[in-house]
Ligand binder design. Structure first.
Ligand code: HEC
Length: 127
């Protein structure tokens, strides 16, 4: 094969390798992007919010102490009567506790925090 063709082939292979590496790393970046939570979707207390409490919060929030009882069937009243879900959602005691209290931040994912925020913004309905 003449030298010129060989050179072209080398450059071609190099380009394919670069494309493969780029493709791979961009895939990796994509997989770390946080999942989107749609603020305009209707968020429901029974199916979206209570499961967050039931799996992450009820070991402590079980009605024994003064802070809100987050058990299924108790939580809605505890949160609304206790003044934990007020507008604007960002400053509500519930969202504020989940997103700024260092003990509480790791107890729910970013996705779960956003669902709670959007549910409060949509009127904190018992839906
Ligand atoms: C390891 C025990 C524990 C777990 C798990 C826990 N909490 Fe708490 N929570 C506490 C304690 C203790 C307090 C009261 C002291 C404080 O405010 O940190 C409290 C207080 C609160 C308050 C009241 C804040 C206020 O303004 O008075 C809210 C709301 C709350 N927690 C929500 C949650 C939610 C939502 C979860 C689950 C995502 C959760 N907690 C998980 C122990 C816990």
């Amino acid at each position: 094969m003449n030298q010129k063709l060989k050179r072209i082939r080398q450059i071609f292979i190099a380009l394919i390798l670069i494309a493969a590496v780029e493709g791979f790393s961009s895939c990796e970046k994509y997989s770390y992007a946080p999942p989107a939570v749609d603020p305009n979707q209707a968020w429901h207390f029974q199916t979206d919010i209570q499961p967050i409490f039931s799996s992450n919060c009820v070991t402590c929030h079980n009605g024994v102490k003064q802070f809100p009882d987050l058990r299924d069937g108790k939580s809605y009243l505890a949160l609304t009567k206790g003044g934990f879900v007020t507008l604007p959602g960002e400053t509500s005691r519930l969202y504020h506790q989940m997103s700024t209290n260092s003990d509480h931040i790791p107890r729910s994912t970013d996705t779960e925090k956003l669902k709670v925020l959007y549910w409060i913004r949509q009127g904190a309905l018992n839906n």
